[in-house]
Design a protein around this ligand. Structure first.
Ligand code: PMP
Length: 425
């Protein structure tokens, strides 16, 4: 929560004047900096440079499969073994597929709309209304998928333990049109929240009015730690099975932010019935995934420990950037009462919360000074943050010195807009 300090009027005049001077100086520098998307920096991609020379002439998988040929709809078993542990899905219930988990989420929605999900009474497309719960702040591309397919979005507030479960339980119990919920359970995008064991247990056990309710468990940051204390989350798939809701969960993950973004491997994990359902649908759209890329990932990562060791190298590049962000936010905005921010223990984002009604204007002023941020509101369905307070900061891509400059500039914009708002009261 933003703490309101209320300087007396002359002090506020001075703060505003200084902020205006600082902003004019900032705008005069002709910067061109980009903090928009959570892309890995080139140095992070360089860590997996060896992938480009693999599989280096080898073309057989462990079981002798020729990876150059069609087939193998489930993906290479040895790669599924590596990620089974990291994604908390038994290898037999985990598919290794294309290059993007977002694409898999898209496909699952399309197949649920156009075909009948296990447990469903009819296709979603035949139902009058479909709705998804959207914990906010959340990931804009999840919301984009709902918009694309005419799925209503019901915002649910995030807490420090995950979505507000009282609200979730109430909504899913009373409305059969509520067919799903988006969850980024570890180091969530954008606020870095790690779902508590209690949240996972309640998601698994809650009664839902829809018999075909699905949790879209987007574990995009499963291995993406920024501290010495890697977060663990409870095993939702197992908890759902134990609660008698075996088909409730779709688990997604990918190596996009492990090896190469857009040239990695994506995974889907679920109950045997859901796996069968997706494979049957996939069989119509593909004669098999890119097993050459899967083999090169096996050779490069080797095993789950290999993934962990690689992620330590990623962390060595990322952690200092997150520290830079925290240091500058604290030195420039600490004690002003103009902002609060998250200190994530993993993932790719920092969430900056400014006074209500200020986020859009901060982003606009920053853009005018050459610092491009994710549009304010992107963290909410339809791009509409009702408080206009949340700004998502993505520190990964810029070079360290550019990042420092961009964050310092951003704080100047927060002071300018925040003090202007106070002065206008
Ligand atoms: N889910 C979340 C929560 C993400 O932040 C991202 C990347 N920004 C993705 C999915 C996209 O993953 P992929 O590259 O596997 O499509």
């Amino acid at each position: 929560m933003t703490t309101e300090l209320s300087p007396d009027a002359p002090a506020l005049d001075g703060l505003l004047e200084q902020a205006r001077k600082d902003y004019d100086a900032l705008a005069g520098r002709g910067l061109s900096l980009d903090l928009t998307r959570g892309k890995p920096a080139p140095e992070q991609l360089d860590l997996a440079e060896d992938l480009l020379s693999l599989p280096g002439g080898r073309h057989t998988a462990a079981d002798g499969t020729d990876v150059r040929n069609y087939g193998g709809l489930q993906g290479l078993p040895e790669l599924r073994e590596i990620f089974a542990e990291l994604l908390q899905v038994p290898a037999g219930q985990l598919l290794a597929l294309g290059n993007s988990s977002l694409e898999l989420m898209h496909d699952c929605l399309v197949h649920a709309l156009l075909g009948v999900l296990p447990g469903a009474e009819s296709r979603w497309a035949d139902q009058e209304r479909i709705a998804f719960l959207c914990p906010v702040p959340g990931y804009d591309r999840h919301f984009g998928l709902c918009e694309r397919f005419g799925i209503d979005m019901i915002p649910v507030p995030m807490t420090a333990e995950g979505p507000d479960m009282d609200e979730v339980e109430r909504l899913v119990a009373e409305d059969p049109a509520v067919k799903g919920i988006w969850c980024v359970p570890k180091y969530s995008n954008p606020d870095g929240v790690v779902y508590s064991d209690e949240t996972v247990a309640r998601l698994a056990a809650m009664p839902t009015a829809a018999p075909d309710f699905r949790i879209f468990w987007d574990n995009a940051y499963a291995a993406h730690h920024l501290t010495d204390e890697p977060a663990e989350i409870a095993d939702l798939l197992a908890a759902c099975a134990a609660a008698g809701h075996e088909d409730r969960t779709f688990v997604f993950g990918s190596t996009s932010k492990i090896t190469a973004a857009g040239a990695g491997v994506a995974f889907f994990g679920s109950s045997p019935a859901n796996i069968k359902w997706l494979l049957a649908n996939n069989q119509k759209r593909s004669i098999g995934p890119d097993k050459v890329n899967q083999l090169r990932h096996v050779m490069f990562l080797k095993d789950a420990d290999g993934v962990r060791a690689h992620m330590e190298r990623q962390r060595a590049l990322l952690q200092p950037k997150f520290e830079t962000v925290a240091r500058i936010l604290e030195s420039e905005l600490g004690g002003t009462g103009l902002a609060t921010w998250t200190s994530p223990k993993g993932g790719y984002f920092v969430t900056l919360t400014v006074p209500d009604g200020c986020a859009k204007e901060v982003v606009r002023r920053a853009a005018a000074a050459g610092i491009v941020l994710t549009p304010a509101g992107a963290t909410h369905p339809h791009g509409d943050d009702p408080r206009d307070a949340v700004i998502r900061v993505a520190p990964s891509y810029p070079r360290p010195e550019e990042l420092a400059e961009a964050i310092k500039g951003l704080t100047t914009c927060v002071r300018l807009v925040g003090y202007e708002q106070r002065a206008a009261r």
